[in-house]
Design a protein around this ligand. Structure first.
Ligand SMILES: Cc1ncc(COP(=O)(O)O)c(C=O)c1O
Length: 383
């Protein structure tokens, strides 16, 4: 039985009761208010076109506000709305002035987007050093510190690793970067929406996250935060009518970039996604991100205790709750784990094969019955 039933959940999440949806680390279902917002927006477009464009911009403004609250940005004006996490990472990689011999440190568990983008700098003489955070003789932050050198310019890590679910200590890493005089880039798509992020406390220079995972929004709209003090260091790589200071003055021939984060938004905004993401982030903020995190942790702990109680399951995700957030990954050493994942998916346990195992990722609203259902299905597969 769910120890903390959530009264609003059934109405907000009309997800098919037959599904045990444990795939928020991939693509999340939308809450009802997000799909309602999209339906309303579509109907309005077909009846009135963009007659009420100024009101749409108010929704976008509210979204920027919501996102800035979720990461404790100094101001909503420090948050840019871009296409996805990979685009924001690319803007950082191609916007910094690199010198041959510069180094970027990443980890051995990064999602491809946060590796390829740095490897693409090889033609500028930039080297990627990989910290082995799978080591057991040292903390992940210790392994990262070991990988830093005199030539390191930037540390780029995910807040939570997509495969193993390992959570890094962002504040520790931010302090480390500051003390070494290097930039700190945090790919936070696996944590924003699942727990509060404080970019100021963690001394983050760049962070990014698409809305389609823990923020419960659609694919195609991401937040991109650049610390105001480093904004000028980042050369712009995308240009257009929307990123200039005097936006809307189409007759003016001279231009300068907008002083705030809108300089990273080159053209027309994605207002369809903005309506959906504004709705889903408002739900998360109303619930409270601490509550969201606690409920996710409870669900992951329940999955862990159920799974590790089964003969034939081996946990890949670390046991310590401080070292994980919404992901629990495990394998079945005496079975074909990949085939088992495919079987679970077919049976309505929506999950992924990642990090060498089956990745379960519940959200705060996931019904307890869905967790029990998934555990029973795994037990059946082991028979
Ligand atoms: C850690 C991490 N970074 C980046 C991405 C890719 O994000 P996007 O599709 O928004 O570029 C993912 C997607 O799974 C991810 O898990």
């Amino acid at each position: 039985m769910d120890p903390t039933p959530h009264p609003a959940a059934p109405a907000e999440f009309p997800l098919d009761q037959h599904l045990a949806y444990l795939n928020h680390a991939a693509v999340a279902p939308w809450p009802k208010r997000a799909s309602d917002a999209v339906i309303r927006f579509a109907l309005e477009n077909s009846r009135l076109g963009a007659t009420h464009y100024p009101q749409w911009l108010e929704v976008e403004k509210q979204l920027r506000h919501n996102l800035s609250m979720m990461i404790n940005a100094p101001s909503p004006d420090d948050v840019a709305l871009v296409k996805n996490t990979s685009e924001a990472l690319s803007m950082v990689a191609s916007g910094l002035a690199w010198e041959p011999g510069d180094e970027v440190v990443i980890t051995n568990q990064e999602f491809p987007s946060n590796r390829i983008v740095w490897e693409s700098l090889a033609d500028k003489g930039v080297t990627v050093r990989v910290a082995d955070i799978s080591r057991e003789d040292v903390t992940p932050e210790g392994a990262i510190e070991d990988a830093l050198s005199e030539r390191t310019r930037l540390l780029a890590v995910s807040s939570v690793q997509y495969g193993t679910g390992l959570k890094l200590d962002a504040e520790h890493l931010g302090a480390l970067c500051r003390s070494h005089g290097i930039l700190f880039c945090l790919d936070a798509i696996q944590s924003i929406g699942a727990e509060p992020l404080d970019v100021q406390a963690a001394q983050v220079d760049f962070t990014m996250a698409d809305g389609h995972k823990w923020m419960l929004g659609p694919e195609g709209l991401a937040l991109f935060y650049v610390r105001p003090e480093v904004r000028e260091q980042l050369h712009l790589t995308e240009f257009g009518w929307h990123m200039v200071a005097d936006r809307g003055n189409f007759d003016r021939k001279d231009w300068e970039p907008a002083p705030d984060a809108r300089r990273f938004e080159c053209g027309s905004p994605n207002l369809l996604c903005a309506h959906a993401l504004e709705a889903s982030t408002s739900l998360l903020l109303e619930t409270g991100l601490e509550t969201v995190r606690d409920r996710i942790q409870q669900r992951v702990a329940h999955l862990e205790s159920g799974l590790t109680g089964l003969n034939g399951v081996r946990g890949i995700t670390r046991a310590s709750p401080q070292r994980r957030l919404g992901i629990y990954t495990f394998d079945m050493p005496e079975h074909d784990t990949r085939a088992a994942q495919a079987r679970l998916f077919e049976e309505g346990v929506i999950c992924a094969y990642r990090g060498g195992g089956i990745r379960f990722s519940p959200h705060y609203y996931t019904p307890w019955a869905a967790l029990e259902n998934a555990l029973n299905r795994v037990e059946d597969l082991l028979r």
